[in-house]
Design a protein around this ligand. Structure first.
Ligand code: GLV
Ligand code: MN
Ligand code: MN
Ligand code: MN
Length: 396
């Protein structure tokens, strides 16, 4: 089943994945999910927010055990971030059937839509809508780099954008959600463990910095006459690095849009997106406040206007101890418990339902890159661990 999925949305040149919400590659991933569900005789369902579900047992009963992740990717993402959790879920179900497990609770596998937020800028759109952390109106205002709105993109993909919104009845039927994910750091490699359990997700957010100057000729405009927004932008990138280092946080400008984007024109606009995360809220606040202050000072010095907009924010997530302890009880008391700076649908859902995560070792720690890797034996250990957990939760 892995081999059917891996060609979808893979760029021939970079070898990275470009599976963005409501595009053709996303549709092909969704078709794959549906066929995996149907092949196994599971009840397939597409919910109002574009999340896909595959049910074993009665979907209307309460206390379901749900597992899964996402199939979309960042620009030039790796093969594991997301898909490993979905593929492992189907494989764990196969394993449980092979074991002859008898289910006492309904089990569902889920593919959450638009987890990475690569196209519309906001991560975890499917789970946020479901959990009521994003309203229909807010979602309707999202647009991609070409100006296509989320509702238009949904419509083009055959999904009714008017239907989206909170889904409390669905959440009420879920007794536990467990997401398996490739680790996006090297903690497990360092401890020599294949599998870990998540403790917490760092608070994180995205801020858009719009530096507006004046477009002009690159050859004829004297340096002193320029209002070049690229200069305060560059100084802000350096400030972000410095402030993050001081606060023990991380800060990244990974996306930039320049207008008019000509080699021989001074830009009129430089729009940069700051992604910043820290283990605790006060460190994150310190970084973002200091970066914004530095940006304003640099912008003023260059005669450039600046607007800063917070596009999204996710507070710290502490996964509940009860479910986490059940997992370590099933997997063994020595299973490492680790925090992460990466966001996940599990983090969004943890505000509404008992939620836990399993991490699979990543020997280089690289993620959000075509170089992301996990060894086959470790992935298989992940399937076994997930099967053990699902058996412990859904079959007693
Ligand atoms: C998503 O994977 C994120 O943490 O940005
Ligand atoms: Mn990711
Ligand atoms: Mn992910
Ligand atoms: Mn993520």
């Amino acid at each position: 089943m892995w081999r059917d999925l891996t060609p979808i949305g893979r760029d021939a040149e970079s070898k990275g994945y470009r599976r963005f919400a409501w595009t053709e590659a996303d549709r092909d991933c969704r078709d794959w999910f549906r066929s995996q569900a149907e092949t196994r005789g599971l009840t397939y369902e597409l919910d109002r927010n574009g999340n896909q579900w595959a049910w074993l047992g009665d979907p209307t009963r309460e206390d379901a055990v749900v597992t899964g992740s996402h199939l979309d990717s960042v620009p030039d993402g790796g093969p594991f971030d997301g898909p490993l959790g979905v593929v492992s879920s189907f494989a764990a179900l196969d394993e449980l059937r092979h074991r002859g497990a008898e289910f006492t609770r309904p089990l569902a596998i889920v593919n959450f839509g638009d987890e990475e937020g690569a196209r519309f800028g906001l991560a975890c759109v499917g789970s946020r809508l479901t959990a009521g952390q994003l309203t229909r109106d807010q979602a309707h205002r999202l647009r991609d780099a070409d100006g296509v709105t989320l509702p238009r993109a949904m419509e083009q993909a055959g999904h009714d954008p008017e239907a989206i919104g909170p889904d409390p009845e669905r959440l009420a039927r879920i007794g536990a959600f467990v997401e398996l994910h490739v680790e996006q750091g090297r903690a497990l490699d360092l401890t020599g463990d294949r599998i870990g359990v998540a403790s917490a997700i760092w608070p994180h957010g995205r801020w858009r910095f719009d530096f507006r100057g004046e477009a002009n000729h690159a050859g004829t405009t004297r340096l002193v006459d320029r209002r070049d927004p690229m200069l305060p932008y560059a100084e802000t990138v350096l400030a972000a690095r410095r402030e993050a280092q001081l606060a023990g946080a991380v800060a990244t400008f990974g996306k930039i849009a320049v207008e008019p984007n000509g080699v021989n024109a001074i830009p009129s606009l430089v729009r940069g997106w700051l992604d910043s995360r820290a283990a605790d809220q006060s460190a994150l606040d310190t970084v973002v406040t200091a970066v914004e202050k530095a940006a304003r000072e640099h912008a003023a010095r260059h005669g450039v206007d600046l607007d800063v907009v917070r596009e999204s924010f996710t507070p710290v997530v502490e996964f509940g101890h009860a479910l986490r302890d059940e997992l370590t009880g099933i997997l063994g008391p020595d299973t490492p418990v680790l925090g992460t700076g990466a966001g996940h649908d599990a983090g969004i859902l943890s505000a509404s339902i008992p939620t836990a995560m399993l991490f699979v070792r990543n020997p280089t720690g690289v993620s959000h890159s075509p170089a992301e890797f996990a060894a086959e034996d470790d992935c298989l250990a992940g399937v076994t661990a997930l099967a053990d957990v699902l058996e412990g939760l859904a079959c007693r």
